[in-house]
Write a protein that binds this ligand. Structure first.
Ligand code: CP
Length: 313
């Protein structure tokens, strides 16, 4: 096993605050783990990870659980308020204090922006790391790490790429984190395909205009698909739309058509953080372009790497 050094941070709250060096260390270690997964099966013997999920999740919660088990650790936690004292009105702060006493690290998913940061401020007093599994529409940092791991695995670089982002660019926290992550590497061309009401959050757009990224508001995927190396598809985040009328207006307009792929480069990869609703027809799953299930599987290795860095010794 190749030894690894510590990260410069003790929590993973957002990609924006992470250093390129820390990101690179996580990716490199995840690659080692993917190549030799059984070499790491005792790294976190005796450690406990708490999974505190105030919102639904399949991939993030279960891949963290799988990662912890593969490292020899164990998990506790909840995936809804039901059956916990959250139903009695217990606060986020008190819940984190409790979990800090029961575990060696906490993964938190919460609907409010700033929730992971608040949890980290609380857990810091107890020396327990917090990892965000998604905070409102703000950030989903570990998703971005597995996204760029997948891109790097295919292209062996994280610069000089043409990347198209399609769908709900406004309420998708995976989009924010992915763009923050890409902005830390070399120049990439980012084509944005979205309804005017679902464009990037203004603050994010402003931040990115001062980075390496070349942002283009693209008109039509059919005209641009031949130039793309990566097409990153997102679900409309119905639960975060302020107005159900808007959702009804835009739903279905970003469904990929299989015939479009006839114009794509052979090396184009299609990514999606999942879950999908109707953005990608099932028949595209058979295409060589479809990489979203491999992307989700990479979440285990990337999260193993993060857990070992933050909880391992
Ligand atoms: N990509 C992602 O966050 O999926 P889950 O909501 O299932 O965790």
């Amino acid at each position: 096993m190749v030894s690894h050094r510590k990260l410069s941070t003790s929590h993973i709250i957002g990609i924006r605050e992470m250093s390129e060096e820390d990101i690179q260390k996580i990716l490199d270690y995840a690659k080692e783990m993917k190549n030799n997964p059984f070499e790491y099966s005792e790294r976190l013997n005796g450690k406990i990870l708490a999974l505190a999920f105030w919102e639904p999740s399949t991939r993030t919660r279960l891949s963290f659980e799988s990662a912890m088990l593969r490292l020899g650790g164990r998990t506790i936690g909840f995936s809804s308020q039901a059956g916990t004292s959250l139903e009695k009105g217990e606060s986020l702060t008190d819940t984190i204090i409790m979990l800090a006493g029961y575990s060696d690290g906490i993964v938190i998913r919460h609907p409010l922006r700033g929730s992971a940061k608040l949890a980290a401020n609380v857990a810091e007093r107890y020396g327990i790391p917090i990892i965000s599994g998604g905070s409102g529409s703000q950030e989903h940092p570990t998703q971005a790490l597995l996204d760029i791991f997948t891109i790097n695995e295919r292209f062996n670089r994280l610069s000089g790429l043409n990347i198209g982002l399609i769908g709900d660019l406004r309420y998708s926290r995976t989009i924010s984190s992915l763009l923050f992550a890409l902005s830390k590497f070399g120049r990439n061309r980012i084509s944005l395909f979205s309804h005017p009401s679902l464009g990037l959050q203004e603050e994010l757009h402003y931040y990115l205009t001062n980075t390496n990224l070349e942002l283009i508001q693209a008109k039509n995927l059919a005209e641009s698909i031949s130039e793309l190396d990566v097409l990153y598809v997102t679900r409309l985040q119905k639960e975060r739309f302020p107005d159900p009328m808007l959702y009804n207006e835009v739903k279905g307009i970003y469904q990929l058509r299989t015939a479009l792929l006839n114009s794509a480069k052979p090396e184009l990869i299609i990514l999606h953080p999942l879950p999908r609703v109707d953005e990608i027809p099932y028949e595209i799953d058979k295409s060589n372009h479809a990489l979203y299930f491999e992307q989700a599987k990479n979440g285990v290795y990337v999260r193993m790497s993060i857990l070992d860095f933050l909880i391992g010794s």
